[in-house]
Write a protein that binds this ligand. Structure first.
Ligand SMILES: NC(=O)c1ccc[n+]([C@@H]2O[C@H](COP(=O)([O-])OP(=O)(O)OC[C@H]3O[C@@H](n4cnc5c(N)ncnc54)[C@H](OP(=O)(O)O)[C@@H]3O)[C@@H](O)[C@H]2O)c1
Length: 229
């Protein structure tokens, strides 16, 4: 049994991660940022009984994240930095809501790193410690098209952070990857997405479970297939 930390677990992929892991008997600590999210997560963690724990923080708020991390004592074996947003309506290179996209970078690019840094002392004590940064294939520099520049740039920047983090943590034996979950039917992915949240999450867990230091610094999808940075 491993101890997993899921950041951003009130709905969508994060909630399903908490649900599947808890129902398998894993120890799960997961975060929400509102009382509304807590009820859904409590239900998802119910199978874990006393082994499931809810933290409350917004990934833009470093002080709250650090306070939450300070309240956790057990080592963390796997962290999934999942919280993310799609951003404002106007986010093209020709017409951008700059304040909205700046906030998006705060959530999608810096948020995952804030979470990793705050929980690093616990990750360092984990067994086969792993970090999964929830990215998107839309962050790939190889992808063409000019749609959703803000979101894509925020994930491309997250990918760069992921590479640097992987290089910094390799000597400590901590594996770090960027993950594309597929196009998933959640609030963000919408009803036309090709994957159910159950299928995507089962794959993410499989990839995260089999991740070792030899697989660090990779950009992979939920099937473990490598993506061009
Ligand atoms: N769905 C897809 O097709 C798809 C594809 C590629 C990548 N992704 C990535 O996968 C991750 C999860 O996506 P999803 O489809 O599950 O999205 P979702 O259904 O919109 O859920 C987003 C989750 O992130 C949380 N969150 C957003 N901003 C936050 C903040 N500032 N602080 C803390 N939590 C915050 C939300 O909490 P609240 O409920 O409090 O808002 C919610 O739990 C994201 O990083 C997304 O970019 C998704």
């Amino acid at each position: 049994m491993s101890h997993w930390l899921i950041a951003g677990a009130s709905r969508g992929i994060g909630l399903e991660l908490a649900r599947q892991l808890a129902s398998r008997g894993e120890r799960v600590t997961a975060s929400v940022r509102s009382e509304a999210g807590r009820a859904a997560l409590d239900a998802a963690l119910a199978p874990a009984g006393r082994k499931g724990r809810v933290l409350v923080f917004d990934t833009r708020d470093e002080a709250r994240i650090r306070a939450a991390a300070g309240a956790v004592a057990e080592p963390i074996d796997a962290l999934i930095a999942n919280a993310g947003a799609y951003g404002p309506q106007r986010q093209s290179a020709l017409d951008m809501d700059f304040d909205g996209v700046l906030d998006l970078f705060n959530v999608n690019t810096l948020g995952p790193l804030r979470v990793v840094q705050a929980f690093l002392p616990l990750i360092r004590r984990g067994e086969n410690p792993r970090v999964v940064m929830m990215s998107s294939v839309l962050g790939s520099m190889a992808l063409e098209g000019t749609f959703n520049v803000g979101y894509r740039a925020s994930k491309a920047a997250l990918n760069k952070i992921t590479q640097c983090l992987a290089d910094d943590l390799r000597p400590e034996g901590i594996a770090v990857v960027a993950m594309h979950p597929g196009w998933v039917r959640t609030d963000m992915g919408g009803p036309d997405a090709t994957l159910s949240v159950e299928e995507s999450v089962a794959g993410i867990i499989r990839v995260a479970e089999s991740l070792t230091l030899s697989g660090t610094r990779r950009y992979v999808d939920f099937r473990g297939n490598e993506i061009d940075w």
